[in-house]
Design a protein around this ligand. Structure first.
Ligand code: HXC
Length: 284
C-alpha cells in the first residue's frame, strides 16, 4: 500500500515545482530520508537514493517511485559515505542515468548512545567519519554538478525554477551540550561550520548550502535508539513547547521549502525544525 501524502508532505505545495530536476540523497532509504525523497518526487523531481545496503536502497527506490506516475527513482547501494570514491561513482552514475544533480541532501548518519567513558577513540571517530567526513565527501562528489545546475537555473529567475542546492542534516545537541551524545554533538557542530564555508565559497556560483536540524522525530531510527535510555525524550523532558513530537513530514516540508523558489535567499544557515525542543534540552 502506498504511503498517503499526509504522512510526508503538506498540501500547500504546488505539483510540478521540481519537474525536470534531480535529487541526490544519501541515507535516502531511512525514515527521514525517504520522506524527504517522497516529497521531492511527489512535486516532480526524479531521485537517486544512496545507501550501504543494496536491498534496502533498491526497495526504497521502487516504493518511492510509486508516488508519481512517470517518476524515475534509482537506488544505488553498496555506497558508504566514508568512501569518497564510491560516492563520486554514484554521483556520476546518477547524472548518466537521470541527467543532472540539482539538489543534494546529505542525510546519512551514525549514532548510538554512549557516555564518554564508554566511547573508544575508534567509536568517536566512526561517527565523525560517517557524519562529518561523509558530508564533506558528499559535497566534493556533487558540487561540480550543483554548480552546473545553478548556472542553468539562475537564482532568482523569472520562471521560478531552482537548482544548485545542498542541505546537510544537523542536530541541536551542540547548542546546549548533550550527555551520551558527545560524538554526535561534535560531528553535527562541524557540519554546521562546514555549511558556512560552502555557502561562502559556492554562493557566488549561485549554489546555496544549509543545514536542517531535526528535533525528536517520531517513528525514526534515531528516536528508537534514544528510547528506553536515559535520553528518552518522553521521560527526560517536560515536552516540546509546541506540544507534540516532530514528524518526518515536518522535515520533508522544511526541505521542500529550502529547495523551492521560496528559499532563494536562504544560505549558510541552519533551519531548526524541532518545535523549540532544544530550548528545554541539555540538563537531565
Ligand atoms: C559504544 C560503540 C557502540 C555503542 C558501536 N561502538 N556501537 N561504542 N557504544 N553502542 C563502537 C564499536 O565498538 C567500534 O569501536 C566503533 O564504534 C565502530 O563500530 P563498528 O560497528 O565497527 O562501525 P560500523 O560498522 O562502521 O557502524 C557505525 C555505527 C553503526 C555508527 C557504529 O551504529 C551504524 O552504522 N549506524 C548507521 C545507522 C544509524 O546509526 N542510524 C541512526 C542515525 S540517527 P572499537 O573501538 O570497538 O573498534 C541520528 C540522529 C539521532 O544520527 C538524533 C536523535 C534525536
Amino acid at each position: 500500500m502506498s504511503v498517503p501524502r499526509s504522512e510526508y508532505l503538506s498540501t500547500v505545495w504546488k505539483d510540478g515545482i521540481f519537474a525536470n530536476r534531480v535529487l541526490f540523497i544519501t541515507g535516502g532509504a531511512g525514515s527521514i530520508g525517504s520522506a524527504q525523497t517522497r516529497a521531492m518526487v511527489h512535486l516532480g523531481a526524479d531521485a537517486c537514493i544512496i545507501g550501504r545496503s543494496v536491498e534496502k536502497t533498491e526497495n526504497a527506490a521502487k516504493e518511492i517511485a510509486k508516488v508519481r506516475n512517470g517518476a524515475r527513482v534509482i537506488g544505488i547501494g553498496n555506497v558508504d559515505v566514508r568512501s569518497y570514491d564510491s560516492l563520486k561513482a554514484a554521483a556520476d552514475r546518477c547524472v548518466t542515468e537521470l541527467g543532472s544533480i540539482d539538489y543534494v541532501v546529505a542525510g546519512a548518519a551514525g549514532n548510538f548512545i554512549a557516555p564518554i567513558a564508554g566511547l573508544s577513540p575508534n567509536a568517536f571517530k566512526a561517527v565523525i567519519d560517517i557524519d562529518t567526513i561523509g558530508t564533506f565527501n558528499t559535497i566534493k562528489a556533487t558540487m561540480p554538478y550543483l554548480v552546473e545546475s545553478a548556472a542553468r537555473n539562475p537564482n532568482p529567475n523569472d520562471a521560478g525554477t531552482t537548482g544548485g542546492r545542498f542541505v546537510s542534516t544537523s542536530a541541536t545537541f551542540h547548542y546546549t551540550g548533550m550527555p551520551l551524545q558527545s560524538h554526535v554533538s561534535a560531528a553535527k557542530a562541524a557540519i554546521d561550520a562546514l555549511m558556512g564555508s560552502v555557502a561562502l565559497e559556492y554562493g557566488p556560483f549561485g549554489v546555496t548550502a544549509n543545514s536542517i536540524a531535526p528535533g525528536a522525530i517520531e517513528g525514526t531510527e534515531g528516536m528508537e535508539r534514544l528510547a528506553s535510555s536515559k535520553l528518552d525524550p518522553k521521560t527526560r523532558t517536560k515536552g516540546v513547547p509546541i506540544g507534540r513530537w516532530g514528524s518526518v513530514r515536518d522535515i520533508a516540508d522544511a526541505t521542500v521549502y529550502v529547495f523551492s523558489d521560496a528559499g532563494n535567499y536562504i544560505n549558510g544557515t541552519t533551519l531548526v525544525v524541532d518545535g523549540a525542543g532544544w530550548r528545554r534540552q541539555g540538563a537531565a
